[in-house]
Design a protein around this ligand. Structure first.
Ligand code: NAD
Length: 253
């Protein structure tokens, strides 16, 4: 039996909504009845997502900002609540990866990776939690299989995503006595822009890069988006502090 994700009357803020998993999640949440605030640094592609959603469901609020800025994270939550009057789900999906030989990773790219992948979900959560407590809402963080296995040349990404998994669990424990729910998904490789634009470092060991995709290959974006929608909705009531691996077995061994 299919699980019904009903978001009628609910408001969701989705980061990374300009493409890939964020766009797919936003579209599914809108079809399930949610009103949306779409957040991304890529204003042009974000407008495309907004048009797709407006055509199929209701007009979203569009918030084009760089989430590496903590103030922008807080402003995104404030704008959502000012516009819609409530917040039921925060889906932290925006993410970046830079591959490098560790000694050559530029300092700025280390900080940018942490800012977008780890700090932004934290600052967004800080701002969102008071509102989610009013609606018995949910946070869903997008981690990665890279949180659980070492991926060569991706130390910053792996560290940021592992941090995000335990950030999820720590916040879940802090709110274990309240009805809000805080969870994560950990996808394996998906065919999105982040994967297509993958830039392995020059002279890298190709054997090590090949290991990223596992023995069963890519995961479907739609399958991960469905799980995020489930965790964001009341149908996910049994999940709290969980990180759901959707990776075609890549973290199995
Ligand atoms: N595609 C994969 O193989 C894969 C595997 C595991 C986990 N993930 C995770 O899935 C999530 C979604 O990625 P995707 O695969 O859809 O890739 P994607 O590149 O299509 O989407 C990422 C989005 O994040 C946005 N973004 C990047 N930096 C930002 C910033 N500073 N402020 C606001 N938005 C910013 C981008 O503009 C983009 O729209 C990411 O967290 C990624 O780490 C992806």
């Amino acid at each position: 039996m299919a699980i019904e994700t009903d978001m009628t009357g609910k408001v969701a803020l989705v980061t990374g909504a300009a493409s890939g998993l964020g766009r797919a999640t936003a579209q599914k949440l809108a079809l399930a009845g949610a009103k949306l605030c779409l957040v991304d640094v890529n204003a042009e592609s974000l407008a495309e997502t907004a048009a797709l959603i407006a055509e199929a469901a209701t007009e979203p609020l569009v918030h084009a900002v760089d989430l590496a800025d903590p103030d922008a994270c807080r402003d995104a939550v404030t704008a959502t609540v000012d516009h819609f009057g409530r917040l039921d789900a925060l889906c932290n999906i925006a993410g970046i990866i830079y591959l490098a030989n560790s000694p050559e990773m530029p300092i700025a790219l280390w900080h940018q990776t942490m800012a977008v992948n780890l700090s932004a979900p934290w600052f967004l959560s800080q701002a969102a939690i008071p509102h989610l407590l009013e609606t018995n809402g949910a946070i869903v963080n997008c981690a990665s299989s890279a949180a659980f296995i070492g991926e060569a040349y991706a130390a910053a990404y792996c560290a940021s995503k592992a941090g995000l998994v335990n950030l999820t669990k720590a916040m879940a424990m802090e709110y274990v006595k309240q009805p809000i729910r805080i969870n994560a998904v950990a996808p394996g490789g998906m065919l999105t822009n982040i994967a297509v634009n993958f830039q392995p470092p020059e002279g890298c060991d190709v054997d090590l890069i090949k290991r990223f995709s596992g023995l069963r290959g890519q995961v479907e974006v739609d399958d991960v988006a469905d799980m995020i929608c489930l965790l964001a909705s009341d149908a996910g009531r049994g999940y709290h502090g969980a990180c759901i691996n959707i990776d075609a077995g890549i973290t199995a061994g």
